[in-house]
Design a protein around this ligand. Sequence first.
Ligand SMILES: Cc1ncc(COP(=O)(O)O)c(C=O)c1O
Length: 379
Amino acid sequence: MVYETFNEFRSDTFTVPSKEMLESATQCSVGDSVYKEDADTLELEEYVSHLAGKKAGLFCCSGTMSNQIALRTHLFQPPHRILCDYRSHVFSHEAGGLATLSQAMVTPVIPSNGLYLTLDDIVENFIPDDGDIHMAPTKVISLENTLSGIIFPVEELERISHWCHKNGIKLHCDGARLWNAAAETGVSLGDYCKFFDSVSLCLSKSLGAPIGSVLVGSRQFIEKANHFKKQNGGGLRQCGMLSRMGLIAVKENYSKLAETHKWAKDFGHWCGQNGIALEVPVMTNFVFLDPKKVKLNPTVFHDCSKKFNVKAMGDRIAFHFQNTPEAIENLKKALLEAYKDSLVNPYTYKGVPRLYRASSSSSESTMVADHEKLSTKVL
Ligand SMILES: Cc1ncc(COP(=O)(O)O)c(C=O)c1O
């Protein structure tokens, strides 16, 4: 059965392996990767770590595993703390893993510019290891690039990285979609990764592999991370078929991302023309509707989507390389119909915490102004 994704806008994780990718799996190596004897997995780890400019890579079954074992590896003995954006996946969508796996306190910070954390945000919320026994000191900063499709400016990463280095603080990047940032800005993956001690790069989102992430860092770091991977049940035996598909995903699909950003930006522009407010500027493959202003009834949006043969959900619209221009036109029809309904019957979320949302302190004008600054900085 061919699972159709041309009309899938719920997430870029719904991308599916191509026929060629699946066929390549039948030619894969079948060594035991726990013993580091699987040729395709070694090749994938080498290929991605080389792209990222790091000494070593570790194939993990998911981005969650890769992030969580990375942060665990950077931490030694509690009491300790991780500082991150309050919307970051490691904090808000990894099932409380930081508390259980790392026994870490978290400082979730609301970016003062409404888009991305700055060094000033970090310094303001940083807890030093200065002997105050009431505190759990900050040992790791975890950034996410892209976050809600927003690209971190290189200059800010440089400032943060320099400061972390000077202060002995480890810096991790959840780079599930760092591919998108690199594809959009032309800054190479290596030039992004050089600022971080560790980076988690997902293969199963925009790139279309069925499963997997590669964690990259120094050789010593990756050896220890492999220990935690095994401890958490992540030792993969004959996983060559997955690695082979992951390699094809990077080699064949990375170059397709830029077009998906163009689709998303055009769609964002169309939203503006139709009065549909956005929460953050569109920089890569996501369009976030502003739930404070666009009060779509989820059931109505679902029904309209069904009517126009597209799959959409919530306030986030995700674009990926398996979409088609026709499906995007249908999505516009579905959204417009649901939006018109919302003007007559505005929907209010009840009892659902809106944690995974942009800062309430960010006004639209600040965001637009910042976005303009950003694009001149990153391009
Ligand atoms: C930014 C980000 N990081 C990490 C993950 C976790 O990846 P996985 O679903 O492979 O565990 C996701 C999943 O969507 C994500 O969006």
